[in-house]
Design a protein around this ligand. Sequence first.
Ligand code: HXC
Length: 510
Amino acid sequence: MKDILDRLEKRRAAARAGGGVARIEAQHKRGKLTARERVDLLLDKGSFEEFDMFVEHSSTDFGMEKTKIPGDGVVTGWGTVNGRTVYLFAKDFTVFGGSLSEAHARKITKIQDMAMRARAPIVGLYDSGGARIQEGVASLAGYADVFKRNVIASGVIPQISVIMGPCAGGDVYSPAMTDFVFMVKDTSYMFVTGPDVVKTVTNEVVTAEELGGAGVHTTKSSVADGAFENDVETLLQMRRLIDFLPANNEAGVPEWPTQDDPAREDKSLDTLVPDNPNKPYDIKELVHKVVDEGDFFEIGAAFARNIVTGFGRIAGRSVGFVANQPMVLAGVLDSDASRKAARFVRFCDAFNIPIVTFVDVPGFLPGTAQEYGGLIKHGAKLLFAYSQCTVPLVTVITRKAYGGAYDVMASKHIGGDLNYAWPTAQIAVMGAKGAVEIIFRADMNDPAKIAARTKEYEERFLSPFAAAEKGYIDDVIMPHSTRRRIARALAMLRDKHVEMPKRKHDNLPL
Ligand code: HXC
């Protein structure tokens, strides 16, 4: 009997050794952890249960039958994050460069199927050379099997991709279809085709970092939702993110104990909005002061910074926050900001996470660059996303809510459940200067008349009361009471139920 037990231990040890000491050392020298070290950091201590550690590929081409390594380049299983079940797979770069074979793909799809059956989140840690070249079309088929499952799981269980090394070819499209993509700075990159192919096809000379590093994908392409300094920080942040997410689309948001009184008032908010309407202020200060214990997990922090999106909690329960940021481009809505917020709003709605929207928006960004870039279609994405929501929507207008952007930013008209305004709110078709120049064009040569008209316009429209008189704003609230009002609103809306008409699916303006 002892022999048999020893044999099991030996086989386990062989699988845990991955690609061997030299390759593990090389991985460490690059500042990267191994797949198993990463799994240990992501999950609660001792909670990981591994599956399929003895799986080997069955390829016989190019002498592959002589090089079989148990596990075949991916570590799969399940464990817990702060006690909640999570499924995961971690590509092992020390084994065939983490490349995807038929057997490797089957390990991943097995985990995807298990996560779906258990209705629990799935996390993929990427560090891979793409399709296992020696396996040809079997590898392509394996990728497609993974992709299909990503799509079926979308909107049912949260899917998170963490890019922790190379991620090229077939490996980029699965992450792209998951809910969140995070990267590690300096050691990870993502591209459909690498620098060598780029040079051959387009003559463009570019480094891997320039082509698909974390800087590119978090600021330019928006493929990634964020990046962290190293493997350890990234994995700890993923634990933080998971704490905000529901297990599935029917479970409801997680609830954590909190010491932060939902009725807590913050007097400093009464002076957050400057007297000068053209002076910026940091909307994140409001978000941080409203959420429990100031704990806010930002999504897409470095991209389209004119809008802020992310998760916080009120009374221990997760809330999605969307907020125009007056510090960047005066908080204007442009194509990138609209796309970023639309995607976030749709995630929250799919997973029943209530949305709180802070509005300070001077309108949509004018100009040829935006119009040629499809501002109409991208702006429509956000309008569509909010209009489609069935989750509780609580909106607070802190200052400007001008033009179409007023409608778009979770206004009453498109489904806002509770729409509040601070006394500093200005809800109008446009700002005073632009309005007066249009409707009093005939008086343009008379500065005194124009000044009088501007004052008249400001008094009538640049306040929350014109909208409040019509019931478009439910109440004008004191800034210091914002957290308390939102907490009460969310408690009141907890069992909100809205039926949408039956359809196959909608036709979001893509
Ligand atoms: C098989 C691979 C591999 C692959 C790497 N290896 N990629 N084995 N298939 N795709 C192996 C190497 O042979 C090597 O084995 C080990 O992994 C480490 O690789 P190195 O090249 O030594 O490491 P490094 O210098 O760090 O370079 C990493 C890399 C490079 C940039 C990822 O390996 C690379 O360019 N690989 C190929 C990338 C690629 O073109 N993949 C196919 C994409 S096409 P030893 O034994 O020496 O340690 C694709 C299509 C799918 O994915 C489309 C589906 C829609």
